[in-house]
Design a protein around this ligand. Sequence first.
Ligand code: CO
Length: 431
Amino acid sequence: MYEYAEKLLDFIAASPSRYHVCANLKSRLISAGYTPLPEQAVWDVRPGGRYVVMRNDSSLLAFRVPEGGAAGFMLAAAHSDSPTFQIKEHAEKVSARCTVLDTEKYGGMLMNTWFDRPLSAAGRIVVERNGALEARLVDIDRDLMIIPSVAIHMNRAANDGVKLQANVDTFPLLGCGTPDFRAIVAEAAGVAPEQILGHDLTLYLRGRGTVLGAADELIAAPKLDDLECAFALAEGFLHAAPSQAIPVLAIFDNEEVGSETKQGAASNFLRDTLRRLTLALGLTEAEYLRLTAGSFMVSADNAHAQHPNHPEFADGQNTPYLNGGVTVKFNANQRYTTDAVSAAAFRALCREAGAAVQEYANRSDLPGGSTLGSISNTRLAMPTVDIGLPQLAMHSAYETAGAQDLDDLVRVMTAFYGKTPIHSAGAVSLR
Ligand code: CO
């Protein structure tokens, strides 16, 4: 009944780590005729061409060059990472005649949501082969671990609020006795354990997400923040009509840990890529600056829907609802980039695309979150609107959102990527 919910669930199920997110997007882009541009290579970029650039295999930029002169960038960004547990170098710990894995929190998660569910591990390893090193994706892809709760009989206060410690409570149980985790990873990757010289492995929840609700109107799955937006942006990017602008799909890693990494939204990745693209087209530095000034950006990261059991945490008036539409986010302290200019441009676009739109602001005494838009703007400035899809249980291992909202965002982003930004009279029109 809803067009994109099942496709999103397939994408999430195929993307157990942020490396898999980018690899899946990249292979989809290549199937659609995009040419990979390694950052270390000389770039041959031409009008009419389509390209994809990766950094660290966990951030991705894709763009199309129009025939004739370009009129600015139409940029939309989401993030590839989600809160999880990262597995340490020396991970195995023996306790109670079992082996658990030592982990560290990645991002700010609801820790209790990771208990008592089948887990596995996925990510990237670097292996030595014929004297050279190569990175490989790895997904153990079986029910492998579980983080067991303490029984209610041993902690009668368990339902009154429990303090959880990442160095005690959340180590996943790998098995009885002394199983060798590195050997399990090596087997999944088809290499010998001694070939593995490095790893970036994180836990993930097993099982595909699901559609639920009385009218099948809800989506429940891991990592809706922010793979729901990443998916919708990619759909819109791939299906948009041509325009005179350069459409750019941006997927950044490390939003959940502040973005200040070599591949995050605070890095030079976006700025350098757009600059190299314009230089490769034979444009001058001044023309690059003119193009970026004439651009428009959507920063897409999920928003908090009003919670049915706790409506009091929401602002009284500026509160999105599940399946109420794509959400524009506002914040007086500029944690969100939206202002009158960018909100107006985006609202006009939603109206034209026939998509519902609603607004989010924090309850005025709560600080709320932030996202990559304002961080990216400090490196490469352009009018930017912060948007997202309303969801519940943000940063739970299993989150809930609305299927209608997802369809609306795909429709808006398909329209967005077919537009050209026109800066005039102090505003931006997307035409
Ligand atoms: Co997010």
